[in-house]
Design a binder for this molecule. Structure first.
Ligand code: NAD
Length: 316
């Protein structure tokens, strides 16, 4: 990275706006500091408000960004900004059209959280089948109550959205002796070893449906839940909007679906009706919350930022 010293950006500033950074390993921060840029760190240790982002990033040429908002108005005030490097996947908080118009390059870390989300999904499946969370709460409530569960072996798993995470979930499940099929609207080529089914067929076939789609549409609404097998399970670790929470509530309450697990919600923090039910597992959007994943995502975000700045320094 010595070329940066000679670049037009030498001695410029970079802001880290994520609520935490280098909490578990200081290597990503060291890498940034070695680059001869001045580094400004989010002093609030939480998601920044727009005025706070402006204050921190005003003179910066690069940002390691969290989920704070970068709208048209803010981007236009960050006159020196060349690169936003998201430490994470989602880019919905950044006005990409304005960024492009202003020549601000936006990069992210799409692979970082794949294994973490896939492992959480498998944890949800095992928990639902053996009712671990339910019985844990019951024992804590001083009830010695044994409920029969199910084996994962020989279960049919339907994966909706067969991208990075969906495929990783399938890979992790194979050694358990499951059969996996998927539905993906945009995947052109088939994936060897897995059958592709239309959504309606997949829902009727699956013992467990796991949702891993991208985008902001509702994929599993009341109509789709009605197509699912009676007594089956539903998991959503993708986006809150992917599953209609009201329809899911009705189906869990009437025990049409046996159980569900959700890591994502239409409104977070979640405080809706699903909290009342004992056959749903709810977690606070922790899909990528594994130390190893966090460190790797921070490292990837720094490398991406430095690479883009170096290219800019060379006039590309
Ligand atoms: P990806 O882009 O690799 O895969 C998504 C797949 O969904 C694509 O193959 C796409 O063709 C497919 N798809 C889109 N719309 C569809 C539809 N209507 N029907 C069927 N398939 C459809 O994304 P990924 O990295 O695998 O991430 C999957 C989801 O997980 C995303 O929504 C992402 O935001 C979410 N995610 C959640 C967490 C978390 O903390 N819970 C962390 C990372 C990612």
């Amino acid at each position: 990275m010595n070329t940066l010293k000679k670049s037009p950006f030498y001695n410029n500033k970079i802001a880290i706006t994520t609520s935490s950074f280098a909490e578990y390993d200081d290597k990503p921060l060291k890498l940034l500091r070695e680059s001869e840029f001045g580094v400004l760190i989010n002093p609030h240790k939480r998601r920044l408000e727009k005025n706070e982002t402006l204050e921190l990033c005003l003179e910066c040429i690069g940002i390691i960004a969290g989920t704070e908002l970068y709208d048209d108005n803010l981007l236009r005030q960050l006159k020196n900004l060349k690169v936003i490097s998201r430490c994470g996947v989602g880019l919905d908080t950044i006005d990409l059209r304005t960024a492009e118009a202003l020549g601000i390059k936006v990069v992210n870390t799409p692979n970082g959280s794949t294994l973490a989300v896939a492992e959480l999904t498998v944890a949800f499946i095992l928990d639902l089948l053996r009712k671990v969370s339910f019985m844990h709460l019951s024992v804590k409530d001083r009830k010695w109550q044994k409920k029969m569960g199910n084996l994962l072996k020989d279960k049919k798993i339907g994966i909706v959205g067969f991208g990075r995470i969906g495929q990783k979930v399938a890979q992790l499940l194979m050694p358990f002796g499951c059969t996996v099929a998927y539905c993906d609207l945009y995947l052109k080529d088939g994936i060897p070893g897995f059958s592709s089914l239309p959504l309606e067929e997949l829902l009727g076939w699956s013992d467990i449906v796991s949702v891993h789609v991208s985008g902001n549409n509702t994929i599993i609404g009341a109509k789709e839940i009605n197509l699912m097998k009676r007594g089956s399970w539903l998991i959503n670790t993708s986006r809150g909007k992917s599953v209609d929470e009201e329809a899911l509530y009705n189906s869990l309450k009437s025990r049409c679906l046996q159980g569900a697990a959700l890591d994502v919600f239409t409104q977070e923090p979640y405080c809706g009706k699903l909290l009342e039910l004992d056959n749903v597992i709810l977690t606070p959007h922790i899909g990528s919350y594994a130390v190893e994943t966090r460190v790797e995502m921070e490292r990837e975000a720094v490398v991406n930022l430095l690479k883009e700045l170096e290219l800019r320094g060379r006039g590309r």
